[in-house]
Design a protein around this ligand. Structure first.
Ligand SMILES: C[S@@+](CC[C@H](N)C(=O)[O-])C[C@H]1O[C@@H](n2cnc3c(N)ncnc32)[C@H](O)[C@@H]1O
Length: 223
């Protein structure tokens, strides 16, 4: 997928965070010296931060960030072509509350995000990686669930949606084991559905969704 030609590269820069990528030749070295993300420095304000992991073509990220200028959004996506596509869409109608990270979210959450600093995590349709030899690419593992629980602020929310029932059951169990409380999740308005959810709904596939809340010591903000 080529970047739309009409958007000059410099217009994408405000959205992109410079981070190492697992396919970069210096990944082994750079992953050991992670940048600690400082939300107020990154966004220029101290509004609550929502993180979307694996945003794909960016439909949810773009629509949610436009609808909620009172929140900041970090999107993390492994595939550069999707990061550039989303940055180009954002640049066409400037959206100052979004930043994009092109890297492995498992590494970023663990190494670059401060504990209890995220108001909400959005994880929609992670690849199921059915084959045994691809299992190491799977996003939701016990370690990842641990990181989700660690980075969420008290009262913070993890939104999780998949079309794969076994993945759903396994993930729900892992997340609840880390102390987050499961609640039922309403289907959002059409504009807040991801590309995959739109496609799967048209195909009549079952969709499994849950929200998990981290126990609140005070009152959670903006999740
Ligand atoms: C099945 S797609 C779903 C895309 C989008 N969430 C949606 O619902 O339309 C999964 C996305 O997660 C990305 N992804 C997979 N593993 C990732 C990882 N470890 N870190 C960041 N992104 C990842 C893939 O590149 C892909 O774009």
């Amino acid at each position: 997928m080529a970047r739309p030609r009409r958007v000059p590269p410099e217009a994408l820069q405000p959205y992109l965070i410079d981070l190492p990528h697992p396919r970069s030749p210096r990944w082994r070295e750079l992953r050991r010296t992670p940048v600690k993300l400082d939300w107020p420095a990154l966004f220029g304000n101290d509004r609550p931060v929502h993180v979307e992991v694996g945003f794909g073509k960016g439909m949810f990220l773009i629509n949610a960030s436009r609808a909620r200028p009172d929140l900041n959004f970090l999107g993390i996506e492994l595939e550069r072509k999707y990061v550039l596509l989303t940055a180009a869409r954002l640049a066409k109608q400037p959206c100052p509350n979004v930043r994009l990270a092109c890297t492995d979210a498992r590494w970023l959450l663990k190494e670059c995000v401060a504990p209890e600093s995220v108001a909400a995590l959005h994880i929609y349709f992670p690849d199921p990686w059915w084959k045994q030899r691809h299992q190491k690419r799977k996003l939701f593992t016990a370690e990842f669930a641990e990181q989700c629980a660690r980075v969420l602020a008290p009262g913070g929310v993890l939104h999780f949606v998949t079309d794969v029932e076994a993945y759903f059951d396994e993930t729900c169990a892992m997340v609840v084991e880390r102390g987050l409380a499961r609640q039922s999740e309403e289907t959002p308005a059409a504009e807040f559905l991801t590309n995959f959810e739109r496609k799967y709904r048209q195909q009549g596939r079952p969709i499994f969704r849950a929200r998990f809340v981290k126990a609140s010591v005070g009152i959670g903000r903006g999740s």
